[in-house]
Design a protein around this ligand. Structure first.
Ligand code: AMP
Length: 352
């Protein structure tokens, strides 16, 4: 199936990923229709159509599907059952969402693909935390199974005495506990898989986090990470194939002395791929669209020596006037209102 320019692409979610996807779609002559529960999501500003509705409003989803030629999503915390209303128009399918939105399912699935994750345990209460400390060795990192992002819903536990406090800190909800991984760096593979099963990966991206939030991404990732390229891309491909994923899939890794370990996956375009807008021959947003539209995948190679992407988080955005005056710096602002601490307001890409 090949969906031609002029068609309408539905996007569930109206954040910055949807915004940049809509901008890539417009360049290729497509129109976007955003569905989001908020009043004026930043993706709606640059899209042809906007429906304000809850993600589980089945009637609204049906009407939305009628008006779109294909529907995709820009974040994974969407209830899966109501998406039946979208029928076969949804890409990637609900399978990818189901796996990625629950950390325990995700880890089991990845292990089932023969790919390594951090040693882990399922957690349903304080007693499980104490048992996990024993089994995995201290410290362990508690992560809520659902609705975690940017390090939210996470707590380190160093001693059995802290189990109760950690359980309360994550909201007493089903979780996983992970052993602490001694990694030298973090990196991601951004892989696209087309309707015919063809795949294409961008060069590995080195990611530096601060306070659980991505701060800087760098490409090329450097020799310590590039040595893992074959293994990491093959693992991402195996996961995408097992999901029968169509679209971009991001796999985040820890680089360890004995090889790469998967931290988590995202069934979508990703913050660590923003550098591709200027730094690669095809951006991750265009690549995702090509995959779901049934077009040939684009060239993912670097246009220059490399690039760095710096996130503008919260008050960082106040530096915009300096950045816009900086030769070679490419400023992206997402048009969001208040610069709350931890909120991703924009990013800047620089060539290296
Ligand atoms: P996540 O939300 O799972 O991506 O975790 C946020 C950040 O916490 C990661 O990017 C790592 O820097 C750190 N982190 C997550 N899991 C572990 C782990 N098992 N061991 C050490 N650090 C971790």
């Amino acid at each position: 199936m090949n969906i031609p320019p002029g068609s309408t692409i539905g996007i569930l979610g109206g954040g910055q990923l949807g915004r940049m996807m809509a901008m890539a779609a417009a360049r290729l002559g497509y129109k976007c229709h955003i569905l989001d529960p908020h009043e004026s999501p930043c993706a709606a500003e640059v899209s042809a159509y906007f429906t304000r509705a809850a993600f589980d409003d089945v009637e609204a989803l049906k009407r939305f599907a009628d008006r779109c030629d294909v529907v995709t999503y820009e974040f994974e915390n969407i209830p899966v059952a109501p998406l039946e209303a979208l029928g076969a128009k949804l890409a990637p399918s609900t399978r990818s969402l189901e796996v990625a939105q629950d950390r325990a399912n995700e880890k089991r699935f990845i292990e089932g693909c023969g790919v390594r994750v951090a040693p882990w345990r399922e957690i349903d209460g304080e007693a499980d935390i104490i048992a996990a400390l024993e089994a995995l060795g201290a410290p362990i990192l508690l992560k809520s199974r659902r609705y975690g992002y940017d390090g939210k819903g996470q707590a380190w536990v160093h001693r059995a005495e802290d189990a109760g406090e950690a359980w309360r800190a994550i909201g007493e909800q089903p979780a996983v506990a992970e052993a602490r991984i001694a990694f030298s760096a973090e990196f991601s593979v951004i892989l696209a898989r087309g309707q015919g099963g063809e795949t294409s990966a961008f060069p590995l991206t080195r990611n530096h986090h601060e306070g659980g939030i991505l701060r800087i991404s760098t490409v090329p990732a450097g020799p310590g990470i590039e040595a893992f390229e074959q293994e990491a891309v093959a693992a991402a491909k195996a996961i995408a194939e097992a999901l029968d994923h169509v679209g971009v899939l991001t796999v985040e890794y820890f680089a360890c002395a004995d090889g790469p370990i998967v931290n988590e996956i995202a069934p979508r375009v990703h913050n660590s791929g923003h550098w591709t807008i200027e730094g690669a021959h095809t951006s991750q947003f265009e690549q995702h669209l090509r995959a779901i539209l049934g077009l040939p995948l684009g060239d993912p190679s670097l246009v220059a020596g490399g690039a760095t992407m710096e996130n503008l988080i919260g008050p960082d955005v106040e530096r915009w006037a300096n950045i816009v005056a900086e030769p070679g710096a490419r400023l992206h602002l997402y048009g969001k209102g208040e610069a709350r601490p931890g909120r991703k307001m924009g990013h800047v890409t620089r060539r290296i």
